[in-house]
Design a protein around this ligand. Structure first.
Ligand code: NOJ
Length: 964
């Protein structure tokens, strides 16, 4: 793994006990092989660093913190080979691994102690002895529920030995340089194997001096610095030390030195104050500790945590604080131990999901590197009957099966029983049950971790500024790194709160809510009004308004034709359009320019080689404008209907395809000019009539005529109460739409009412249709899919979809999934209904233009147009829709500035599956799914002629692979 010397600043740490995680060999103890097998779970969860609790040889009287051989792995956990295999695989996945360096004490079983206690032993000096228990009087006893003194008499040695923890854990004598050397060698041994760092267990207690508290002595700090120097000398930067010093802020800070001490230390002062602030519904305890723990060296980092394998310690809080916290969080003495509370996170919060989510959000967004304690990501509970702190160290709950899926050993062989009673029983609380449920805690955490990862540098290294919100129930802070600004707002109260955020410095910026990607109203006043529900929290990015944009489909891209081809034109447009008055040279130049222009328009989907003017009608005299029918030649023939105009001035709207000389001016193609649509509508309303050399043009429109129309895509415009569609490609689709839609009698179609038709003898072409529009803002379905996809993808960014990612997809893409399903159902109903109305058709595709056939108005989806003939071919119609869905997803992904294909592909597949599934659920006959990839591949092949080549190629490649 490449060494980023500051990696620990972006670390998101998962603390676990190998013993409790997963048992691969069914002996009742978790092991390295089991942990290795579960690595994909951890990777998918979204953490990037593992901290393993002690797994060394030990009599396990302090759960492994009593080591009897630093170089041996406890056999139940596997061999050194197993460890290496695990470590290599973790590294391959980009996970770093921190192990324990328990350097203050050993087990009494350690050979060093066994040797030292012998009378006259040369090793006597490895531990701390005294003839009387009076030495170092007044030093506090830490495990006060179990020990009454820091001294225990050893009859073999005939002396007292010093121990800050259990009496079976004698303290090493750090005044003896051999001890220090021995511990450094232990460190080198594991670092040589490749571990990335060490947790320095019980670090404050290394040295003892008479008349002091024997804690945090300058000698201890100096030893820590020597440890770091030794580590760096041997390996260079990249391996880290993490200090476990449960102390007051000013006692902890010296461990960082001037950047030459530990890299990280737990923020013990902050942790209990988070619980306190929550209970008091007042941010001040947190604020105070954030201030007290500020100003650590540039390279140093706090490790943040809510819960771990020990009790929630209340050693370093004031007496009043302790009484308060005890009373609130552990009214039952069974949950108290020493000076703390032995409970896991979820039960500590009374099972309150809201408070849980709030605290997790703080944990992951406050300044420092967060640590998650195994099992807390699924809200595991505890078992207070297990003694010591074992109640929070029970087996990880994987399944609802026997032994929580942790081990297949007989129950009585398990190292500890899994929680099997009450609301936290593994029958309800387990990974499997949560993996596919989008609403589970696990998936909440995965989403939160993905956000954390996405903004790793802001959260890990950025500055934190508290906002002085007047309402003290609100904790709000700004995290800034470079140009990026994130805002965290949290309601500590159990009731809804209204408040104002002082955002004076951020006027004009738009808060974007990170989970949903919803933009909030821009900041326009110094005090930004907001409300938050009970224990609610919101994460915002403060964005510049211009950065919020979904990329338009390619037809909407500005085209600035620099070098327009020239068309010779002496007089008026008749020299180009009217056969009897045409100037052949001019006409040829004009057609050539137009054909070239059309070949570059993606809505046309073909590259014509030649074009002939089939018919033209002057539609407007001043500001000359012609309605034309153009015969295009490519591998086949296509007739298109185009409005074309001339203007002496350069117009703002795009559409210019040629310049005219000597009569100076420009030729315009108006299929993308909303003004033309408005003009046409007015003329239809007047009852338009016209005659060209070839045919009659007749039009009518009975509905409203709004001032303005908006272009939804080339060919389709809408305004208040009305839509207007041009048959740009004359494939007969509009003829059929006009005839058939009114007969279908389905509530979700918009039947046409007005039209413009071209009539020559018995030949009849529908050039345009109008119809009524329900109230609301219309959106073309493709654009809608694109917007929904962009929102969904932005929510998913950084999330890992392997290992049960279905829940994440469902949650992030809910709107898009519903839309795809709705399309599937409607398409199926349409096929059925058309079959009834028109009888058996030719089985040709029904939809001319995929999603473009649909229009959304105020949340309702309407069918607007049909393809030319037939009642439809299920697979081909589905392919047209599926293709558009995938393409919209790809465009959305691109507009987020993302390139890596995996995510958009997964989303595309998910949406297409929803479409197919809904269709199948609606029709009685099964689809021929074997043919499906082939049908998709051929449609994708046809579509390749259009623009956005890279996206279209990508989709084609996928389906070709599947078709194979
Ligand atoms: C701190 C550890 O976290 C705790 O579990 C252990 O009992 C003591 N150190 C003694 O090693």
């Amino acid at each position: 793994m490449g060494v980023d010397p500051l990696w620990y600043k972006d670390a998101v740490i998962y603390q676990l006990h190998v013993r409790s995680f997963y048992d691969a060999n069914d002996d009742g103890y978790g092991d390295f092989e089991g942990l290795r097998q579960k690595l994909p779970y951890l990777e998918a969860l979204g953490v990037n660093t593992l901290w393993l609790m002690p797994f060394f040889q030990s009599p396990l009287r302090d759960d492994g913190y009593d080591i009897s051989d630093y170089y041996q792995i406890l056999p139940v956990h596997g061999s050194l080979e197993d460890f290496k295999r695990f470590l290599d695989e973790a590294h391959e996945m980009g996970l770093r691994v921190i192990v324990e360096l328990v350097l203050n004490h050993t087990s009494i079983d350690h050979p060093w102690f066994q040797e030292a206690r012998k009378p006259g032993s040369p090793m006597r000096d490895w531990y701390v002895w005294s003839d009387t228990p009076e030495k170092y009087k007044g030093v506090r006893v830490i495990f006060q529920d179990f020990e009454t003194s820091n001294w225990t008499f050893d009859p073999v040695a005939g002396a007292y030995y010093w121990h800050r923890f259990y009496h079976h854990q004698p303290d090493l004598n750090w005044d003896n340089p051999e001890v220090e050397k021995a511990m450094q060698e232990v460190m080198f041994f594991w670092a040589d194997l490749g571990v990335d760092g060490f947790r320095l267990d019980a670090i404050p207690y290394l040295y003892e001096r008479e008349g002091t508290s024997c804690e945090n002595l300058p000698e201890t700090i100096a030893a820590v610095k020597r440890l770091r120097a030794a580590l760096e000398k041997r390996y260079g930067p990249g391996k880290i030390l993490l200090a476990e010093a449960n102390m007051w802020p000013e006692e902890t800070l010296p461990y960082f030195g001037e950047g030459d001490g530990v890299h990280m230390a737990y923020n013990f002062p902050l942790m209990p104050r988070i619980f306190m602030a929550l209970r008091r519904e007042d941010r001040r305890p947190i604020e105070a500790m954030l201030q007290e723990t500020e100003g650590i060296p540039e390279s140093a980092q706090w490790a943040l945590f809510l819960r771990n394998h020990d009790e929630l310690t209340l050693e370093k809080v004031t007496e009043e604080e302790r009484e308060f916290l005890w009373e609130i969080y552990a009214p039952d003495p069974r949950f108290r131990i020493n000076l703390g509370i032995r409970r896991r996170l979820m039960p500590l919060l009374g099972g309150d999901r809201r408070r849980y989510e709030l605290l997790q959000a703080l944990l992951l967004t406050l300044k420092g590197s967060p640590i998650l304690y195994y099992g807390d990501e699924i809200g595991m509970g505890d078992n207070p009957f297990l003694g010591d702190r074992n109640g929070v160290r029970t087996p990880m709950q994987w399944y609802a099966d026997r032994n929580a899926g942790f081990s297949r050993a007989p129950y009585h062989r398990l190292f500890l029983p899994p929680v099997s009673e009450g609301p936290y029983s593994y029958h309800f609380v387990n990974v499997e049950a949560q993996q596919d449920n989008p609403h589970s805690l696990l998936n909440f955490n995965r989403r939160l971790l993905a956000l954390r990862k996405r903004y790793a540098q802001v959260f890990g290294q950025g500055t934190l500024t508290l906002l002085p919100v007047e309402n003290r129930r609100i904790l709000a802070y700004l995290r800034t790194y470079g140009e990026e600004r994130l805002l965290v707002v949290a309601n500590l109260s159990r009731y809804t709160q209204a408040f104002h955020l002082p955002l004076e410095a951020f006027q004009g910026l738009v808060p974007i809510e990170l989970f949903s990607q919803n933009p909030f109203p821009p900041v326009t006043q110094p005090l930004y009004p907001m409300t938050l529900g009970p224990h609610g929290f919101t994460l915002f990015a403060l964005a510049l308004p211009e950065t919020i944009r979904v990329s338009a489909p390619d037809w909407a891209e500005e085209v600035t034709p620099e070098m327009l081809p020239q068309v010779p034109m002496e007089e008026g447009l008749e020299s180009l359009f009217v056969e009897t008055m045409a100037d052949e040279r001019a006409r040829a130049a004009f057609l050539k320019a137009l054909v070239q222009w059309l070949g570059e328009r993606s809505w046309l989907a073909l590259k014509p080689q030649r074009g002939e003017l089939y018919d033209a009608l002057r539609f407007q005299k001043t500001s000359p404008l012609y309605l034309t029918l153009l015969q295009l030649e490519h591998h086949g023939r296509t007739l298109v209907f185009l409005p074309l105009a001339w203007d002496a001035e350069e117009r703002e709207s795009s559409g210019a395809f040629a310049r005219t000389r000597p009569r100076e001016g420009y030729l315009y193609e108006l299929s993308q000019d909303a003004g033309f649509y408005a003009l046409l509508l007015r003329r239809l309303k007047e009852g338009f009539q016209g005659r060209s050399l070839k045919a009659y043009y007749r039009g009518e429109h009975r509905g409203p005529v709004p001032e303005e129309l908006t272009l939804l895509r080339p060919g389709l415009a809408a305004g208040d109460g009305v839509w207007l569609q041009l048959g740009l490609v004359q494939d007969g689709g509009l003829n059929r739409t006009l005839e058939t839609l009114p007969r279908l009698d389905l509530p979700w179609i918009l039947p046409p009412e007005g039209q413009l038709v071209w009539e020559r003898g018995r030949e009849r072409r529908v050039l345009a249709l109008t119809g009524p529009l329900p109230e609301g803002k219309p959106q073309e379905a493709f654009a809608l899919v694109q917007t929904l996809a962009a929102e969904g993808l932005a929510r998913l960014r950084g999330q890992r979809l392997e290992e049960g990612g279905a829940g994440l997809l469902v949650e992030a893409l809910r709107e898009l999934e519903s839309l795809a399903r709705l399309l599937g159902v409607r398409l199926a109903l349409l096929h059925q209904r058309l079959k009834q109305v028109e009888g058996e058709g030719e089985g040709v595709p029904l939809l001319g233009r995929g999603l473009g056939a649909f229009l959304e108005v105020s949340g309702e989806l309407y069918l607007l147009a049909l393809g030319p003939r037939g009642w439809g071919s299920p697979l081909e119609d589905l392919a047209r829709m599926a293709y558009d869905l995938e393409r919209a997803v790809e465009l959305a992904w691109e507009s987020l500035g993302e390139e890596e294909e995996g995510m958009s592909q997964a989303v595309g597949a998910f949406v297409v599956e929803a479409l197919l599934g809904a269709y199948q659920d609606t029709v009685p006959e099964p689809l021929d799914l074997e043919a499906w990839p082939g049908v998709m591949a051929s449609w994708a092949e046809v579509q390749l002629q259009r623009e956005e080549r890279s996206i279209r190629l990508r989709i084609l490649r996928r389906w070709k692979e599947r078709a194979r």
